[in-house]
Design a protein around this ligand. Sequence first.
Ligand SMILES: [Zn+2]
Length: 554
Amino acid sequence: MKLQASLLCLAIASALSVAPAQAANARRADVVNRVNALVTSHSSAVHGTYGDVYTVRDVIVDRDGTEHVRYDRTYRGLPVIGGDFVAHSRNGQLSGVSQTLRSATRPSLNGRISRDQAIVEAGTRFGTRFEGAPTARAVIFARSGTPVLAYEAIFKGTKADQTPTEMHYFVDANSGRILASWDGIETAKPGPGRGGGGSCTPTAAVGTGNSLFEGTVSLNTVQCGANYQLKDLTRGGGETHNMAFKTTGMGALYVATSNTWGNGALNNLATVAADAHYGIATTWDYYLNVHGRDGIANDGVGAISRVHYGRNYANAFWSDGCFCMTFGDGDNGASIMPLVAIDVAGHEMSHGVTSRSANLDYSGESGGLNEATSDIFGTMVEYYANNASDPGDYVMGEELFPNNADMHQAIRWMFKPSLDGTSPDCYESGLGDLDVHYSSGVANHFYYLLAEGAVVPAGFGAGTWANLAVGDLVCNGNTGITGIGRDKAAKIWYRALTVYMNSSTDYAGARSATVSAALDLYGSTEANAVNAAWDAVNVASQNTIAPPSPRRRR
Ligand SMILES: [Zn+2]
């Protein structure tokens, strides 16, 4: 078998672009049949073994006919965590596989500990404040090393800061050791049911939002008899709901007799609803017009945004469970404003995009890449909005803080992650042990250098509070890096995310994925720029850190 299970083998140098989603959908069945056959006949290329079953999760067809089919894997009925992969096919041949699984061996399905014992082990980590009964299912844990039998125990609860939590613990079914854990609730920062329409024929309408951060904006709404609703029929029926300071349920769809929403001030509860509705609509447009993606799941279906969540809740989060975004009010501006700024909205919606594509696990280095993906696209959405009230910048959440014209307060600074006091600027071993909102910094830093080059942003140079010099922007002294621009950088990251990364991709894998994406979309100039930017944040290539296949000889 000549096929290498490595995406580095892909050397598609010709420029290409992604076909519209609809065309891909029409060919989907043919593509799936063809690639299924290739995967079946090249089992060793995906480290397959008897008992493996592959289920298609996503299909992408490039305009030049190259096909990318994303699969989840089970073994004798058990989910293989880290066994997901993308098979690439060209001219009827398997041209490569993107995966992190390295082994075709599978463990015995007879573990030493029981499901209940696994729940007890996980409970020692979670504590006693869980809501509902914890559950556990047997899985094959294959994120690193030799796959082992494990239980995935799930505990739900609410943190002290009102953030819901849905912890997934992977407990070794023989040793009882916790192998990994992550939260199914994905927030903007580290911690401290569909609306009813009534009986009417809903018709699309256009209203006005007097928002908190984004000025006066146009909002797509619904007219329903004498009432208007914050529901966007032009973008998959996405809705904005008022949680009315509760932390459970889906709240209520915003309904009013006027199609003007908010007054620009916090004394009107519809003001931040206008920000959220506008932010999600703008993010939808960004993904559709720039990347050809039709909504979060690329299925044309809008999601629900929930505002006024909890009391003094100073965060925002995405939940795969409700497929919804949630925004807290902060302390109404005493120290932090409601978390509805457009980069935060773009950040949360992008978590949904990640969950429906690479599905990067929310822990370790893959968790940092998940967070960085949300910061990258949240930032790109802010630029795309081109709104004079909130101009684009590489600072996350700068609008959330009062008296902040110099942006000395923010959630993250992409060009110099350590300005937050915690995030490393440069790759280091043990990075994956940090909270995902800090391990993201290295990828944010890479992205800034790729798009903009080693250029100190206006307002952060000598004599300012940040006092940055060019040398502070790179880890390897290469201050000569020039950017390839935001448009190319964003398209490279998006293609890497949707075509090459999988649930366990680490930093070295992200480097390979972005190089492949740059070669696919552009050519060697842009691929060299990608390599130079990764070098400048001390991320080595995949071959140096982790060979793509143990059998590979060089
Ligand atoms: Zn996040």
